[in-house]
Design a protein around this ligand. Structure first.
Ligand code: SF4
Ligand code: SF4
Length: 102
């Protein structure tokens, strides 16, 4: 990278992605029964796309809500959940995230 090249923010990098959501297939699901007992919330802190959120906004430790639509397919939630709650698959062909260089 040259000295004059601008370092992009995370938001700027995320704006380069194109998402095509499959409304008929949730490629990731979580087991809410397991999540209700969770005390660690690793998914909330690991997901770069805010797919996992506390249900009461900023209130940490409130039950989580999950939305697969903004998923960037990074795989972090699958790895960090220590309780086996995440059932993870890639989206079907033609759906999901598309990364562009610039
Ligand atoms: S997905 Fe895993 S880490 Fe996240 S709330 Fe559920 S059990 Fe906890
Ligand atoms: S795969 Fe990555 S972007 Fe998608 S829900 Fe999991 S942590 Fe979030």
């Amino acid at each position: 990278m040259s000295k004059t090249e601008k370092i992009m923010t995370i938001d700027e990098k995320l704006s380069l992605t194109k998402l095509t959501t499959d409304k008929n297939y949730e490629h990731i699901t979580v087991n809410q029964e397991i999540c209700r007992k969770c005390k660690t919330f690793d998914c909330v802190y690991a997901c770069p796309a805010n797919c996992y959120k506390f249900s009461e906004g900023e209130e940490v430790d409130s039950p989580i809500i999950f939305d697969y639509a903004p998923c960037l397919e990074c795989g972090s939630c699958r790895i960090v959940c220590p309780h086996g709650s995440v059932d993870w698959h890639y989206p079907k062909g033609g759906f999901g995230v598309e990364y562009k260089n610039s």
